[in-house]
Write a protein that binds this ligand. Sequence first.
Ligand code: SF4
Length: 362
Amino acid sequence: MATGLSSILEKKEYDRSDILAMLQCSEEESPILYRRAVTVRDRYIGNSIYLRGLIEYSNICGKNCLYCGIRRENHKVDRYTLTNDEVIEAALTAYRLNFGSIAIQSGENPSTAYVDNMEELIRTIRKLTRGQLGITLSLGEQTRETYQRWFNAGAHRYLLRIEAASEALYRRVHPDDDLHRYHRRLECLKIIQETGYQTGTGVMVGLPYQTMTHLADDLIFMRDFNIDMCGMGPFIEHSDTPLGARGTDNLFLKERFNLTLRMIAIIRIIMKDINIVASTAMQTIDPAGREKAISSGANVVMPNLTPDKYRPGYRIYEGKPGFNEINKTNISGLNFDLIPGTTLGLGVWGDTPHYNRRLSGR
Ligand code: SF4
């Protein structure tokens, strides 16, 4: 006889109560959830794990999110911006190592100089790599014109995390001012999608004030928004932020980690053919965190290509690894003994089939 979880997994469509039940399944049942997610991934998009070489371009940010280590008012951070030569060298490293794609991430900066320079960088990288290196951007909220210019220059994926799909929760973890408006974030996500990017979003798992219902609604939000990519991670306090001022609690970190595995598995099961990141934040809590995320349905990792000397400056949460996890014999840094049945997808962009399906309205 099917258990509660097994009978839910037999369904073709999942409502809110199904999603809540999956989130709250017992520890004994959770491997069933993870195994199903892997089966769905392998069936709909294959067993390849794709790479996005991460370039943390600048830690200068105009925003002040209450959880983030590089928020504007953290004056303990040494601010930096990579030179264009450093960005291009990192991109060429990804190209030479056959990564297929890079992801450029940065604090939010809407200045004309920043927008112009990024456009130039995107064009240069595309030219130097003969259009073969995919470019994902994660550069925050920008104007429609800026999103369009960067898209025209050759970027084709954009990740903007909603962080919390509930407006009430969003407001509790962001300052109450015009720079941090939930509806503006939502509007930006829509503009990104309308511009033509493969569009990604995600949430933090284990935020203060967050409930299981919030998490279920986060998953429903992502499904209803019809996203192409998902990047989720456990909330990890940073002691130099308002939300981290009370310190960290390792016991709860493990719970957040396990809940994130469930979130990954469920988004895989309900959306099937999207790209899902196994985040570095998972690895911060558990050395095998990324492999466990892959064994729960994720299919993308982002090895860090930021020059070593800048890495301590991009601690958005405490304990973020600053080490160089890649080497010539293992460019992903993954332990494939822990993820049998998967393979590295090298030299390709690793696009999601969901994107083309969304565009064609199927
Ligand atoms: S989360 Fe992003 S937008 Fe908010 S302070 Fe950090 S870098 Fe800036």
